[in-house]
Design a protein around this ligand. Structure first.
Ligand SMILES: [Zn+2]
Length: 314
């Protein structure tokens, strides 16, 4: 039953984008006087929801023709992100492709267009996404940055390059399966998306989730991953000691302020494996975990991802 609804929605959309929308004949009731194989070959784009709250995410599934080297790209919300091949669909010439789109926590609410393009830039499909306002806390911070000496600045700039090199990873392989879990079981002390005002001026939103965890507590990988970065940073760097996990297919996560690391770069970790220990290194006023979660390089609420993964990957 789900299957036939899915195909029907896809057909309705395909007719519309091909300019059949004005036709008075109902497209839906009897979908075809076309040959069956032509109908079943129409590409289909399916969104997990056509309404998304700021800071949350949308999963997109595409059924489309496959050929060697084919690459479909999703454009929308100011992002260009790849679809990842999930393999052939039985009894069809198509493959299933998938990607996850993050909605910035301060993106203006309203209607947005998403379009799918192939590697030659031809637009294959188009969809509408409605962004709804979220509710977020505000934090007012007074902070005076102590001036760094030139050699300290140089050191920090070098370290920041390590992070830049991994934060936009789009690895084809998925290292995870099934739902994600929390990295620690503690109270959230600063939610994702909290608006931050630095000395009275809006300074962006909190790009991760902070947990009030005790010093030395072991932090778990929330899903299978490859360790892309595991390093001790200088005391001048605001991150402190850091682990960056590549879960694959555009999904990454970061853990900062660790007292001690438990993994090395290149390690494969499984869900629930300890990756490091709570600390207060970097710009931190006490022991806690800052957990950042990213979809194709764009931050998203990790708790929203866990809830989504529990529904989507049983
Ligand atoms: Zn934080």
């Amino acid at each position: 039953m789900m299957r036939s609804i899915f195909i029907f929605l896809g057909l309705a959309f395909w007719f519309q984008s091909a300019g059949f929308a004005q036709s008075n004949a109902p497209v839906s009731a009897s979908p075809t006087d076309k040959p069956l194989e032509e109908v079943f070959d129409a590409p289909v784009l399916k969104l997990s929801s056509d309404q998304v709250v700021q800071g949350q995410l949308c999963a997109l599934e595409l059924e489309a023709p496959w050929r060697e080297g084919v690459q479909y790209t999703l454009e929308g919300l100011g992002q260009k992100i790849p679809f990842y091949d999930q393999g052939p669909i039985p009894n069809k010439s198509h493959h299933r492709f998938r990607t996850f789109l993050s909605v910035k926590a301060d993106l203006k609410p309203g209607g947005y267009t998403l379009s799918v393009k192939d590697e030659e830039g031809h637009r294959a499909l188009k969809e509408h996404l409605e962004v709804k306002p979220g509710s977020f806390y505000s934090q007012y911070i007074r902070f005076v940055s102590p001036p760094l000496k030139p050699e300290q600045q140089k050191q920090v700039a070098e370290e920041d390059k390590w992070v830049d090199a991994v934060k936009d990873l789009r690895t084809e392989q998925a290292f995870w399966n099934g739902p994600f879990v929390l990295p620690v079981p503690h109270r959230v002390s600063a939610a994702f998306g909290t608006r931050r005002y630095l000395n009275g001026k809006y300074n962006g939103y909190h790009s991760g989730v902070d947990f009030a965890s005790p010093m030395g507590y072991p932090v778990k990988a929330p899903g299978g991953a490859r360790v892309a970065l595991a390093r001790y940073f200088s005391k001048y760097n605001s991150n402190g000691n850091l682990v960056f996990l590549d879960h694959g297919q555009g999904i990454t996560s970061v853990y900062i302020h660790f007292s001690k690391l438990a993994v090395k770069e290149g390690d494969r970790v499984s869900k629930g494996q300890t990756i490091g220990y709570i600390g207060s290194t970097g710009r931190s006023t006490g022991p806690h975990l800052h957990w950042g979660f990213y979809l194709n390089g764009q931050n998203v609420d990790g708790l929203a991802w866990i809830r989504f993964s529990e529904r989507a990957f049983q």
